[in-house]
Ligand binder design. Structure first.
Ligand SMILES: Cc1cc2nc3c(=O)[nH]c(=O)nc-3n(C[C@H](O)[C@H](O)[C@H](O)COP(=O)(O)O)c2cc1C
Length: 349
């Protein structure tokens, strides 16, 4: 699997998720089998680049290559400048966001709203490619299947993007109008794959090794991208890799191993966001801990208790004790259905 000149270790990708796929989480996904992980979107608004939030998003210290940064915006020139800015800060691949339905983004006519204005979308693609080509940095595009049911224009946009020099497209098989409702469909992804020569990535509702196999087979896509199913379960990438290689399931992780991964993630997380009491580090870690335990026995009660803790040290102690207690009764994580409730609503709130 290749994006322009960049060769990837495999075709299992972690989806960009604002508020989730920061550097610590991307690192963890890559360590646990993702061949590729895209940053949370970075705004093209220059006035925000020095804000703490954006500078954290543009921080790639120690991140395993390739470093892929997603940019979002509505103005072609600003998007070209944002691409150059992020390349100067280590980006090796620039991804254009035409897939995000978040109101915060779409009200400003960015993200998936751009799919409704194809000439503007193309202008943006051309400006970003023009900024990246002299630096030998490939440009990729992430979009939905269309704007609404009647306007599934992913195919037209993919063809235009390929013509403009885009190196890979990802299609989430839902329309903008759908938000996250209903099920993803993969016919549009397959149609895009059949229509272009650049690599195509299938995305949407892939949450198990079997689903990964079926989506790859149904679409002919070159890779799959996983978002919500990796929340609290970043080892899904190696589970899928193992299943695609051997047809067999990996056993669930040992409780002690899951604890070690979570603690390692938390330390990395506090390192980026700070160890202050009641600060960003402790607050933003809560969702990751919650996702990690929600489907485990007693997980919901622990999550409620843990949400009241105001220091990173207390979080680390509580997580350690909770997993140690679970290890008294379980050697491996019990295989419970992953609780789908409200992950994106929380994050977009
Ligand atoms: C919390 C959250 C944040 C997201 N943020 C972004 C984003 O910044 N850029 C983007 O292109 N898509 C974003 N998405 C969409 C995902 O990349 C992905 O396309 C979508 O979740 C469908 O894949 P899944 O079913 O595997 O989760 C976000 C999704 C979620 C749930």
């Amino acid at each position: 699997m290749q994006i322009g000149p960049i060769r990837l270790p495999n075709h299992l990708f972690a989806a960009p998720m604002a508020g989730v796929t920061d550097r610590p989480f991307r690192q963890l996904c890559k360590r646990l089998g993702a061949g590729y992980a895209v940053s949370e979107m970075v705004t093209s608004r220059k006035d925000l680049w020095t804000s703490l939030k954006t500078s954290r998003r543009a921080n790639h210290d120690g991140e395993a290559a390739p470093i892929a940064v997603q940019i979002a915006g509505t103005d072609a020139q600003m998007m070209g400048e944002a691409a150059a800015y992020n390349i100067d800060r280590g980006a090796q691949i620039i991804d254009i966001n035409m897939g995000c339905p978040a109101k915060k983004v779409c009200n400003k006519w960015a993200g998936s709203a751009l799919m409704q204005d194809e000439p503007l979308a193309l202008q943006i693609i051309e400006a970003v490619v023009a900024a990246c080509a002299p630096r030998n940095v490939p440009v990729t595009l992430k979009m939905r299947s269309g704007w609404c049911e009647a306007e599934r224009n992913a195919l037209r946009i993919a063809r235009a993007a390929e013509g403009a020099g885009v190196a890979m497209v990802t299609v989430h098989g839902r329309t903008r109008a759908q938000g996250y409702k209903g099920s993803a469909e993969y016919d549009t992804v397959g149609a895009v794959k059949a229509a272009v020569r650049i690599p195509v990535v299938a995305n949407g509702d892939i949450d198990s090794p079997e689903k990964a196999r079926d989506v790859l087979a149904a679409t002919g896509a070159d890779a799959i991208m996983i978002g919500r199913a990796a929340q609290g379960r970043p080892w899904i990438f190696r589970e899928i890799a193992h299943f695609l290689d051997t047809g067999e399931h990996l056993p669930a992780p040992e409780v002690a191993q899951a604890k070690a991964w979570l603690l390692e993630h938390l330390h990395d997380h506090y390192g980026l966001y700070g160890w202050d009491d009641d600060g960003t580090g402790v607050r933003s870690a809560r969702k990751h801990i919650g996702w990690a335990v929600r489907a485990l026995p007693g997980g919901e009660a622990f999550r409620a208790r843990m949400n009241l803790l105001g220091s990173c040290e207390a979080q680390v102690r509580a997580v350690t004790d909770w997993f140690d207690e679970l290890a008294d009764t379980h050697h491996r994580l019990p295989r419970t259905a992953v609780d789908e409730q409200g992950t994106q609503e929380e994050a977009f709130a």
